[in-house]
Ligand binder design. Structure first.
Ligand code: SF4
Length: 493
């Protein structure tokens, strides 16, 4: 279940740097925890229920009459900046002091955003796996250039595991176009052994960065009735319980409760429920108390929720269809600048097929309609084969410098503009100014033309040994900045 991961602007995966996240809620006093859980419920209603919004707007002087009907035990008058026009301007400012509940909520939101930035750091592997580390850093820089609004929310976890085949939910907006459900990976003795072996290999190869892993992709966690057992193994091996996002928390309520209980005992992150409609919101609110959902973020995906969908997968197909019949408004907001919901820069593992892929987010396109690029693929039956597969993809795809014998050119989304001993590169989000004075011929011009290999370029620009080093250094810098095209059509598709 990948749907909601970036759609709320808070981003993908609240794992790792994990104590931070847990502390956000745990350090509240019991009274504030109670108040917080009810403010949270109020905000969920506000975002996902048109009827609630309408009732509030008709009762601006006596809003409690409305909230009481929904079992919300805080006074909306104490949080006017969160909902009432004319007061919103005070949010995140000292002027919101007269409304302590609004201040509490906004502090929480601020902490969640800071937490997201910490998560990205947790995938760092500069000591334990420098090649993978440099490759991931490069992908992060590229993504911050080309993913538009999606970029800040992507935390680039290094691992995702699918514990089923396909997904039983079938959301119309599924950015990964998940196939229909084919079955789940049972927690049998044999599978448990392979699973523990695989997670052990990842932990050994990537150290604490393996804690960024999570156990779903184009799959729904609750489609696997043994999901909690896989999670617990992951926790025992890596020291962290992977974060869960589910669109069907009520499908097997006992399983959902077991997962939440695991998090109460050992978890350090917030989990997420994707809410598909106002009716779904009602059902979730009746099944779980505000306190039970303190550490569960509800991602309102229904048509009454003002959340943009990334233009990938089924959401893109639907958009295209509706355009034909001129019915754009029939679906929730789709933004051209919201380019992907994929977040992994690393390995995507399907346990049922024993399939391992190296992937990284890209804007959804005809070439990569699901919003991520697949660089390579291997199959494995044992932890050793899993390790060999990962290592061979690291060796093949995670280069320190541009491949000497392949064409060198700028990323296709960049606009090149020459200058005098410098050049500019413009992307969707940024502009780079690059000094280009290492040889008599412009390096930028040759890369922009794109008809020579890296080694030919060095030969054409350089005049002596010193300039060879300077040109090679400039190419390395451009490569590390993520502006050199790595997705050459002659590679794996
Ligand atoms: S169809 Fe499945 S994988 Fe896709 S968004 Fe819905 S729950 Fe997630």
């Amino acid at each position: 279940m990948r749907s909601g991961l970036q759609d709320d602007g808070l981003g993908a995966h609240p794992y790792g740097q994990s104590e931070h996240c847990r502390q956000i809620v745990d350090r509240l006093t019991p009274e504030r925890r109670h108040a917080f859980s009810h403010v949270k419920r109020f905000m969920e209603r506000l975002a996902g229920d048109l009827e609630f919004r309408r009732a509030l707007s008709e009762n601006t002087d006596a809003p409690r009459a409305v909230t009481e009907r929904y079992g919300i035990e805080v006074d909306p008058m104490e949080m006017l900046p969160l909902w009432r026009e004319g007061y919103v301007k005070y949010r995140f400012k000292p002027e919101s002091a007269p409304w302590p509940l609004a201040m509490m909520w906004d502090e929480h939101m601020g902490e969640m955003l800071r937490h997201r930035d910490l998560l990205r750091d947790q995938g760092g592997m500069s000591t334990i796996n420098p090649r993978f580390h440099a490759w991931r850093e490069r992908q992060i820089r590229r993504c911050s250039d080309e993913l538009g609004k999606s970029a800040p929310a992507v935390t680039h976890p290094i691992l995702a595991f699918e514990l089923s085949e396909g997904c039983s939910v079938g959301c119309w907006f599924c950015g990964l176009s998940a196939d229909s459900f084919q079955g789940y990976y049972e927690y049998s003795k044999e599978h448990a052994e392979l699973w523990r072996g695989v997670v052990g290999v990842a932990s050994e190869m990537f150290g604490p960065a393996a804690r960024t892993g999570f156990c779903y992709w184009a799959t729904e966690p609750m489609d696997n009735p043994h999901y909690d057992r896989f999670l617990f193994d992951y926790y025992q091996i890596t020291g962290t319980l992977p974060q869960t996002t589910t669109a069907v928390p009520l499908k097997d309520e006992a399983l959902t409760r077991r997962v939440l209980e695991l998090f109460n005992l050992h978890g350090t992150t917030t989990n997420r429920f994707s809410v598909l409609s106002t009716r779904h919101l009602n059902e979730i609110h009746s099944a779980f108390s505000p306190e039970e959902l303190m550490r569960v973020e509800l991602i309102l995906q229904g048509k009454q929720a003002p959340i943009a969908k990334a233009l990938t997968g089924r959401a893109l197909e639907r958009k295209e269809k509706l355009r034909v019949v001129d019915k754009d408004d029939a679906i929730a907001i789709l933004e051209r600048d919201h380019t992907t919901i994929a977040c992994v820069s690393g390995f995507l593992v399907n346990m049922r097929q024993g399939r391992l892929q190296l992937v990284t987010p890209v804007p959804g396109s005809e070439r990569w309609p699901l919003g991520y690029r697949i660089l390579g693929q291997h199959f494995f039956r044992t932890p050793d084969e899993f390790k060999e597969g990962m290592q061979s993809m690291i060796d093949q795809h995670m280069l320190d410098s541009p491949a000497p014998d392949l064409p060198i050119r700028f990323r296709r989304d960049l606009q090149y503009e020459p200058g005098n001993q410098y050049f500019h590169l413009r992307s969707r989000n940024k502009e780079h100014r690059v000094l280009d004075d290492v040889g008599p011929i412009s390096v930028g011009e040759l890369i922009a033309c794109g008809n020579c290999t890296a080694s030919e370029l060095v030969r054409r620009v350089t005049t002596d040994a010193t300039s060879v080093l300077a040109v090679a250094d400039l190419l390395d810098q451009l490569y590390a900045a993520g502006v050199i095209e790595e997705d050459l059509n002659d590679r794996f598709t």
